[in-house]
Design a protein around this ligand. Sequence first.
Ligand SMILES: Nc1ncnc2c1ncn2[C@@H]1O[C@H](COP(=O)(O)OP(=O)(O)OP(=O)(O)O)[C@@H](O)[C@H]1O
Ligand SMILES: [Mg+2]
Length: 161
Amino acid sequence: MSLPVLIRNAPDVQIFLPDEASATRFAQICADHLGAGDTVLLSGPVGAGKSHFARAVIRAHLGQHTEVPSPSFTLVKSYEAEFEIWHADLYRLTHSYEVTELGLEDAMGKALCLIEWPDRLAQIPPHAISLSLSMAGEGRIAHLRGACPALISALKSAFSV
Ligand SMILES: Nc1ncnc2c1ncn2[C@@H]1O[C@H](COP(=O)(O)OP(=O)(O)OP(=O)(O)O)[C@@H](O)[C@H]1O
Ligand SMILES: [Mg+2]
């Protein structure tokens, strides 16, 4: 996916997440700094942990027992927290106009949108945050770009980067 130049050049941080627990902690720290109007583009191969991240963020806002099914067939699922949270999995998107029909285009900029397979989008919001997850042995490397400085420093201090 080619990211808009604003995101490509934004401050970034890379963190090694050796296991699920560290990935959950990473997402919980992100959740503290994400809110209405933020869009997080979750990229990485199948099994990289995109849904794991989205689930942990949603649970951080709505409670640890919240059911967060994968929206791979419905493509989107929205949640009512103190603000709306939209979780999208666009892997099976066939036409980019569906993004409008699903209401996701309207939601971006108003709700917190967590979007798996964002390369399916015709247009990427220029101020979106990019979280790219890659496999690293049994663990993952998280590369976060475009997040606010407070989030970047919270992650650096939590993971001693
Ligand atoms: N840092 C990590 N270390 C080890 N396992 C992890 C890590 N992060 C996530 N996982 C695990 O990897 C598995 C796949 O995660 P997940 O379903 O979130 O992938 P995904 O990127 O959403 O895949 P898909 O493209 O199929 O939607 C899950 O069992 C999850 O708990
Ligand atoms: Mg997924």
